[in-house]
Design a protein around this ligand. Structure first.
Ligand code: ZN
Length: 223
């Protein structure tokens, strides 16, 4: 893993741009989403995170909060109440450089039914495996939610959160955002396919071939 970027006005601006892109794409519902990127602030490792309670259109770089690897927040705003799962993912997964969290409608609808997204379409592999799991329910903002999200993200870059929403991780802000959009797109397609009857699923060996293709030729979408 290369050294994460230093906290800077331009990195904070990139977090804001990603948050606004969530609004523009329709995957953010009111102020329910949040965005973070791993970074370094002097000697301390941590991440920059959108604050709680500030509409994305009004965000300025100083509103973005730095949360260090001990869970201490530095900034004039309070961090998103979901900072714990961001912290847990950065601590456990050194392949993750950015995280997008949304309550996008179709993915959240599946999560409210406790449904994972199975291998009904080959693009499910874009999240890193043969399915996109739904994490067990836990109260928002708790370590229990962070733990269940981490378990569902095992070997994956995205998961659903039961009765809650979606987490998408990436090697960059753009990658995490693109994956969140793709998970919502897959969820919408899966719901439509289910309305026609239970879709047949791709067998495990075929999903392995797709995953191998993504590894060899690069992913067609998010990275
Ligand atoms: Zn949430």
């Amino acid at each position: 893993m290369s050294q994460p970027p230093e906290d800077s006005a331009s990195l904070r601006a990139a977090v804001i741009a990603t948050a606004r892109a969530m609004n523009a794409s329709g995957i953010n519902v009111n102020k329910s989403g949040n965005v973070s990127v791993r970074c370094q602030r002097g000697p301390r490792a941590g991440f920059l995170l959108t604050p709680t309670g500030v509409p994305y259109e009004r965000l300025v770089p100083e509103d973005i909060v730095f949360v260090d690897d001990r869970g201490h927040a530095i900034g004039r705003c309070e961090p998103s109440s979901e900072w714990r799962f961001h912290a847990a993912i950065y601590a456990a997964r050194n392949d993750v450089e950015a995280i997008v969290h949304t309550h996008s409608t179709h993915a959240t609808a599946l999560a409210c039914q406790g449904l994972s997204i199975p291998a009904f379409h080959y693009m499910v592999a874009v999240a890193g495996g043969a399915d996109i799991r739904c994490a067990d329910y836990a109260t928002l903002g708790t370590q229990a939610l962070a733990d269940s999200a981490l378990a569902a993200l095992e070997g994956r870059r995205a998961c659903l959160l039961a009765h809650h929403g979606v987490i998408a991780c990436g090697a960059s802000l753009d990658g995490a955002f693109a994956l969140a959009v793709e998970v919502e797109n897959l969820a919408r397609t899966y719901i439509v396919a289910r309305s026609l009857g239970h879709p047949r699923l791709l067998p495990a060996d075929e999903m392995e071939r797709v995953l191998e293709r993504f590894r060899t030729y690069g992913q067609p979408g998010p990275t």
